[in-house]
Ligand binder design. Structure first.
Ligand code: SF4
Length: 323
């Protein structure tokens, strides 16, 4: 599979009156066409910030201070606003936790989806409208032909998120960034929405970056998973390996949050303490104050990602000593 998205050594910082806060450090990963990369971690780990940097929607005064973001081999991290806005509509689709941030309450959903299609694809209004109906049908909205004339507030939360998925896919983007797409929904609907997202992206060959704090969602959806901690990737690897054989002590702790893994409860641990604030990231390995395997060097030297079984983990436990 060729890499559709490549993030190289991405750094994001927030200048403040008390100095510059570094929020992301040397974040590197790639996503191939048709692949789902899950990005997990506690809040404040940098997951959403990574997504926002990729789609060019960092909240001011946040800025990219280093690294590169490439889409289809072309840099997009240094583009002016207008070309980036076009890429956001055409090549990158976004799905956020709250569907109302993506939908305009004043227009029917049909008009919003149709407009997106005619803006980006060479279709007439009536062709685009037909496609909007097909998209709504594909997302499981009953009576789509009538429902396109309804306004966002006339849909339930779950149905609204289906509309947002249809809207995000309308211009046939190559990359979808989904940031906690089901967190606001009932548990019973979450699985349906995730399943739908995965199915539609597969059929369009789109790459997906799925940001969530929920390892259960990742387990069901992702091909690979990146675990973030304090603005860095702590572990990245194939989803089955990261879940069944986590290599970073932080990932081992996170696994404690998946009920389905209860069978392995003997090796699950609770993570004491909390994620450090940006202005108080410990030296060495940022996880060391919470780590049950901490060694003296962990407090002084920061580990880079290194091979760890089938994954990569930023942890000194995996250092290969070559004689
Ligand atoms: Fe724990 Fe040290 Fe590994 Fe950090 S580097 S996770 S402190 S063992």
């Amino acid at each position: 599979m060729t890499d559709l998205l490549e993030v190289r050594n991405l750094a994001v910082e927030f200048p403040s009156r008390h100095g510059t806060l570094k929020a992301l450090h040397e974040v590197s990963f790639s996503i191939a066409a048709g692949e789902v990369l899950g990005v997990v971690g506690e809040s404040g780990a940098g997951k959403s910030l990574t997504g926002a940097a990729i789609i060019g929607l960092l909240d001011a005064p946040g800025r990219i201070s280093g690294g590169q973001i490439l889409l289809n081999g072309k840099r997009i991290d240094n583009l002016p606003d207008e070309p980036m806005r076009r890429i956001r509509g055409r090549e990158i689709g976004a799905i956020f936790q709250d569907p109302l941030t993506s939908l305009n309450p004043l227009y029917t959903v049909g008009r919003q989806i149709t407009e997106t299609i005619v803006t980006h694809l060479p279709l007439s209004w009536s062709q685009a409208q037909q496609r909007a109906i097909e998209l709504l049908e594909a997302t499981g909205i009953p009576a789509a032909r009538e429902r396109i004339n309804h306004y966002p507030h006339q849909f339930s939360g779950g149905m609204r998120q289906r509309v947002v998925i249809a809207l995000a896919l309308a211009a046939e983007p190559k990359l979808i960034i989904a940031d906690e797409p089901t967190t606001a929904l009932d548990v019973s609907i979450q699985a349906q929405i995730i399943d739908l997202l995965k199915k539609l992206c597969r059929s369009q060959g789109a790459a997906v970056m799925l940001i969530t704090h929920d390892m259960g969602v990742i387990a069901e959806t992702a091909d690979r998973v990146a675990v973030m901690y304090a603005g860095r990737i702590a572990e990245i690897g194939p989803v089955a390996d990261v879940i069944q054989r986590p290599q970073h002590p932080y990932t081992v702790g996170l696994m404690g949050s998946i009920p389905a893994l209860d069978a392995h409860a003997d090796r699950l641990v609770q993570i004491d303490g909390s994620m450090p604030r940006l202005n108080a990231i410990p030296p060495g390995c940022a996880f060391h104050p919470r780590c049950g395997s901490v060694m003296p060097r962990c407090k002084l030297e920061r580990p880079e990602l290194m091979p760890a079984a089938a994954s990569q983990a930023a942890c000194w436990l995996h250092e290969q000593v070559h004689a």
